[in-house]
Design a binder for this molecule. Structure first.
Ligand SMILES: Nc1ncnc2c1ncn2[C@@H]1O[C@H](COP(=O)(O)OP(=O)(O)O)[C@@H](O)[C@H]1O
Ligand SMILES: [Mg+2]
Length: 448
C-alpha cells in the first residue's frame, strides 16, 4: 500500500518550498547589493572609508532584516580586538557599555580571529562547550548571528558580526558567501585607508625631521657668524668705555650708554646660545635598524615620483650589512635626499638609461656602506668641491641644503659620506653607518 501524504505534510512541503523561494530571492537581492557595495568601496576616498562602512552595515542589516552589526579590528595579534564600526536598528538597545568581545565571548572571539566563520540560526545551536557565548547570548539576547573573519594580507585583522534579535534566522550558504564577500570589501577598504594614513604619517614625520635638520644647520651657521662680530663689538665697546672715563665731560652718561650696549650685546649672544642648545638637546632615537627595510620604505614613498619620471629603482642588500645603529627618521631623510638628487640628475641629463641602484654592503669591519648610484649626467665641476656646503645648488628651484643636512646626519652617526663618478655614467653617493652588533647567542641563552 502506498502511503498518501497527509494534509499536514503537504502544507509543510509547500511552506518549505515557499521558504526556499524567499531565501533565493533574498540571496539574489543581496548579491546585487554587494555589487553596489563593491563599486562604493572602490570609489570612496580614504578619509571617508569609516563613515561609508558604517552606512553599509546599516544597508546590509536592513536588506537582511537584521538588528545589529559591527566591525572589529585588531592592529596586531598582541593588541586588543575593538569594535570600530557599529550599526544598531533605531530604538534597539545599544551595544553593552565597554563592550569587550575578548572578555565577554572569549572562545568565539578566538575562533573567529583564527579565521573561522561562526554562525548560529538559534541560540540552541551554540555548542554546549562554548559556555561564555551561551551566557552572552542569554543575557544580551541575539537570536541569530553570523561572525565573519576579516582577512588582509594573509592574516586576520578583525571580524564583522551580524545579529538578529527579534527572531532566529537561517544563514544559507549562498548568503554567507555574499556576506563574506562584503566583509572582504570592508577589509580591503580599511587596509587602503590604513596604508594611506601610514604613508601620510611617515611623510609628515620626514617633513618635520627635515625642517628640524635644516633649522639646526641654519642656526649653527648663524650663531657662528653672529658670535664673531658680537665678540668684536663687545671688546671695542669695552675699550671705548675705558677711554670715555679718561677726561670725558659727562663720563657717567657715556658710560651708562656704553654699558647698556654691552648688556644688549651680551643678551644677543645669550639668545644665540640658547637657540643652539635647544637644537643640541634634540633627542635622537638611535637603535638597531634593518637598513634594507628602511630603504624599502623610502623607495615606496618615492615610487610615485619614480614612475612619473620613468625611473627604475632597484635595491640590493648584502646579507652581512643588514642591521645598523641609527635614528630611523633621520636616516630615511638621508636616503630620501640622495634618491631625490639621483632622480633630479637623471631628469636633468635626459639620459636614455634611467635607473637608480641602492646598495647596502659591508665597508670596513663594523661599518656598512649605503650607496645610491644614478645614471645621470654626473656632478657639475663648478660645484664639485662645494657639494656639502650650504646653499650650493645648480637647480633653479634648489635650496642647496639636502647634502649639507645629509652629511650632518651621517656624521652625527659617526659615519662619512662622499661622492664618486661612475665609470660609465652618473654618480654614486656613499655613506657609512655603524653595524649593530649581533646578539651573542651563547651569552643570551640560559639553561634553566
Ligand atoms: N646625484 C647627483 N648627480 C649630480 N649632481 C648632484 C647629485 N646630487 C647632488 N648634486 C649636485 O649637488 C647640488 C647640491 O645638492 P643638494 O645639497 O641636495 O641641494 P639641491 O638638491 O637643493 O640642489 C645639486 O644642486 C647638484 O648640482
Ligand atoms: Mg637635493
Amino acid at each position: 500500500m502506498q502511503s498518501r501524504p497527509t494534509n499536514k505534510t503537504v502544507e509543510a512541503k509547500r511552506e518549505r518550498s515557499a521558504g526556499v523561494g524567499r531565501e533565493r530571492q533574498e540571496v539574489a537581492r543581496f548579491e546585487s547589493l554587494v555589487g553596489e557595495l563593491s563599486a562604493a568601496m572602490a570609489r570612496v576616498p580614504a578619509d571617508e572609508v569609516d563613515r561609508e562602512i558604517e552606512s553599509w552595515l546599516g544597508k546590509i542589516c536592513r536588506a537582511l532584516d537584521l538588528d545589529r552589526s559591527a566591525v572589529y579590528e585588531r592592529d596586531s595579534p598582541d593588541q586588543p580586538v575593538r569594535a570600530t564600526h557599529t550599526w544598531v536598528r533605531p530604538n534597539f538597545p545599544p551595544f553593552p557599555k565597554n563592550y569587550d568581545p575578548e572578555k565577554l565571548i572569549q572562545r568565539s572571539t578566538e575562533l573567529v580571529m583564527s579565521g573561522k566563520t561562526l554562525v548560529f540560526a538559534r541560540p540552541s545551536d551554540i555548542p554546549v562547550e562554548n559556555q561564555d557565548t551561551r551566557r552572552f547570548v542569554e543575557k544580551y539576547g541575539p537570536k541569530a548571528s553570523a561572525a565573519i573573519p576579516m582577512w588582509a594580507g594573509g592574516r586576520v585583522i578583525g571580524a564583522a558580526s551580524f545579529g538578529k534579535f527579534r527572531s532566529p534566522r537561517k544563514w544559507p550558504s549562498e548568503l554567507l558567501d555574499q556576506l563574506t564577500m562584503a566583509v572582504r570589501l570592508f577589509s580591503s577598504a580599511i587596509e587602503r585607508k590604513q596604508s594611506e594614513i601610514a604613508i601620510r604619517a611617515v611623510r609628515s614625520e620626514l617633513r618635520v625631521a627635515s625642517r628640524r635638520n635644516v633649522m639646526s644647520e641654519l642656526v649653527a651657521s648663524l650663531s657662528h657668524e653672529i658670535n664673531q662680530p658680537l665678540g668684536a663689538i663687545l671688546s671695542n665697546l669695552g675699550g671705548v668705555a675705558r677711554l670715555l672715563t679718561q677726561g670725558n665731560p659727562q663720563p657717567a652718561m657715556a658710560l651708562e650708554a656704553v654699558n647698556s650696549a654691552i648688556e644688549d650685546t651680551k643678551r644677543t649672544a645669550e639668545i644665540v646660545r640658547r637657540i643652539r642648545s635647544m637644537f643640541k638637546n634634540q633627542v635622537e632615537h638611535k637603535a638597531p635598524i634593518g637598513i634594507g627595510g628602511l630603504i624599502g620604505e623610502v623607495v615606496k614613498l618615492t615610487a610615485g615620483e619614480a614612475s612619473v619620471r620613468k625611473i627604475a629603482v632597484q635595491i640590493e642588500v648584502s646579507p652581512s650589512g643588514q642591521r645598523v645603529i641609527g635614528d630611523s627618521i633621520q636616516l630615511q631623510q638621508c636616503v630620501l635626499n640622495l634618491v631625490m638628487n639621483a632622480f633630479d640628475a637623471i631628469t636633468e641629463a635626459r639620459s636614455p638609461r634611467r635607473d637608480v641602484v641602492i646598495k647596502v654592503a659591508p665597508e670596513k669591519i663594523g661599518w656598512a656602506g649605503v650607496s645610491i648610484c644614478d645614471s645621470g649626467g654626473g656632478i657639475d665641476p663648478a660645484v664639485a668641491k662645494r657639494l656639502f656646503e650650504p646653499f650650493v645648488t645648480t637647480k633653479t628651484d634648489g635650496m642647496g641644503l639636502g647634502l649639507l643636512v645629509t652629511r650632518s646626519i651621517v656624521e652625527s652617526h659617526g659615519g662619512r659620506i662622499w661622492a664618486s663618478p661612475n665609470t660609465d655614467q652618473g654618480t654614486t653617493f656613499t655613506f657609512t653607518l655603524p653595524v649593530a652588533e649581533k646578539k651573542r647567542a651563547v651569552a643570551s641563552r640560559r639553561i634553566g
